[in-house]
Ligand binder design. Structure first.
Ligand code: S3P
Length: 445
């Protein structure tokens, strides 16, 4: 093992009690930085996720000429350069582990005549970028990457961009957002058509910053139209807490006998809440309290109590609305009664790791019976989970946190080879879960 790995283990926990204040939404935090940088005037952000992914995007925005300053905990101010105002960075842009960061930034710069080289960590360098550079080429941008368009990759922004009509070939908010951000500096109307709804934070936030953008539901799917070259104006943004991070304390409370946990202020955007719908179908005791709108996004306080759960069929159409939550759902499914079938999940294979493979191997090692094919993960619930094995995390924060939660309900401790990646999205995960009652331990290398 390399000296940088941080192995940890998680053992059976007593009842979890208390409040879990999870960090700000990662998707909205990235977009706050990027849209703030593309605006005229000041954008003030509170509740920003200060995980490595977003901090890398903040650094990148500075390299493109925006002033980005941290005022206090989660409180940031950005002085933007305006649409088309990005300067050419004088160094390589390293987006670390962040697929969202690099893909949205590529879109945001693709219609400005500058040349930028992007890279990232070993996980990001293995992920497909052709899904972004293909539509950006239609605007007139050129890219030179490794095979499969992978990073490191140099993107030459279009000097005379044209607007684009693009049908997204995969359900991906990152692809949709990259096209919309590129469309900002193209004259005329850029149109994105997506068959299945993916998270719509970019559309909501672009409208909030003053862009002319509309979404129409048609037989083809969602048709999003954006008028290029608007003047975006700096905004005040209150970032809601991340439903994808909330998933960990919520599921942990469902897993561990006798638990009752309150997870306040969680984003309930319908393009993100598929996990909660699924948990309720499994029989979970979750109350959605104080439902309200904050900063243009629906939020609620979640009160979660342990209780018996049953396996379910998660329909493929739900995949986009819970794409990041399948790893932790697979853990819960292992403790439920009956089988849980998760179909339409092949996008999980190109996340920070191949999440179907990572979950299947880790669950099997811990005594859970699992089946998989390219697009499906099936977990056979077994009540008591033997545990006792080490799981590989492949630089993937959600895999690491999922297996730490598995250990909280297993008969024997579950270990992970590296907790380091958790810093990307949920830096406070370990102490927060320990405060609720989790029993975690750093392992000796
Ligand atoms: C994200 C979109 C999703 C998700 C990622 C964040 C975003 O990726 O997995 O964690 O902020 O747009 P895809 O859109 O590629 O599915």
């Amino acid at each position: 093992m390399s000296a940088n790995l941080r192995p940890m283990s998680s053992r059976k926990s007593g009842p979890l009690k208390g409040e879990a204040h999870v960090p700000g939404d990662k998707s909205i935090s990235h977009r706050s930085m990027i849209l703030g940088a593309l605006s005229i005037g000041e954008t003030r952000v509170t509740g920003l996720l200060e995980g490595e992914d977003v901090l890398d995007t903040a650094k990148a925005m500075r390299a493109f000429g925006a002033q980005v300053e941290r005022l206090g905990d989660g409180e940031w101010v950005i002085q933007g350069v305006g649409v088309g105002g990005f300067a050419e960075p004088d160094h390589v842009i390293d987006c670390g582990n962040a697929g969202t960061g690099v893909r949205l930034i590529m879109g945001a710069m693709a219609t400005t005549p500058i040349t930028v080289t992007f890279t990232g960590d070993a996980s990001l360098r293995s992920r497909p970028m052709g899904r972004i550079t293909d539509p950006l080429a239609l605007f007139g941008a050129e890219s030179y990457g490794r095979s499969g368009g992978r990073l490191p990759l140099t993107l030459v922004g279009a000097s005379d961009p044209v607007p684009v009509v693009y049908h997204t070939p995969v359900p991906s908010a990152q692809v949709k957002s990259a096209v919309l951000l590129a469309g900002l500096n193209a004259p005329g109307k850029t149109v994105v058509i997506e068959k299945e709804a993916t998270r719509d934070h970019t559309e909501r936030m672009l409208a909030g910053f003053g862009a002319e953008i509309s979404t129409e539901l048609t037989d083809e799917g969602r048709v999003i139209r954006l008028i290029g070259q608007p003047e975006l104006t700096g905004q005040t943004i209150v970032v809601p807490r991340d439903p994808s991070s909330a998933a960990f304390p919520v599921v942990a409370a469902l897993l561990v006998e006798g638990s009752e946990v309150l997870v306040p202020n969680i984003g309930q955007n319908p393009t993100r809440n598929g996990l909660f719908t699924t948990l309720v179908e499994m029989g979970a005791d979750i109350a959605f309290e104080n439902e309200r709108i904050e900063g243009g996004e629906p939020v609620a306080d979640l009160r979660v109590k342990h209780g018996p759960l049953k396996g379910v069929n998660v329909p493929s159409e739900r995949a986009a609305s819970m794409i990041d939550e399948y790893p932790i759902l697979a853990v819960l499914a292992a403790t439920a009664e009956g089988t849980t079938v998760m179909g339409g999940v092949k996008e999980l294979r190109v996340k920070e790791s191949d999440r179907i493979d990572a979950m299947a191997r880790g669950l099997e090692a811990n005594g859970v019976s699992v089946e998989e094919d390219e697009d499906t993960l099936i977990v056979h619930g077994m009540g008591k989970i033997p545990g006792g094995a080490m799981c590989k995390t492949h630089l993937d924060h959600r895999i690491a946190m999922s297996f730490m939660c598995l250990g909280m309900a297993a008969e024997n401790p579950v270990s992970i080879d590296d907790a380091g990646a958790i810093e990307t999205s949920f830096p406070d995960f370990i102490p927060l879960m320990e405060r609720l009652g989790a029993s975690f331990r750093k392992n000796n290398r």
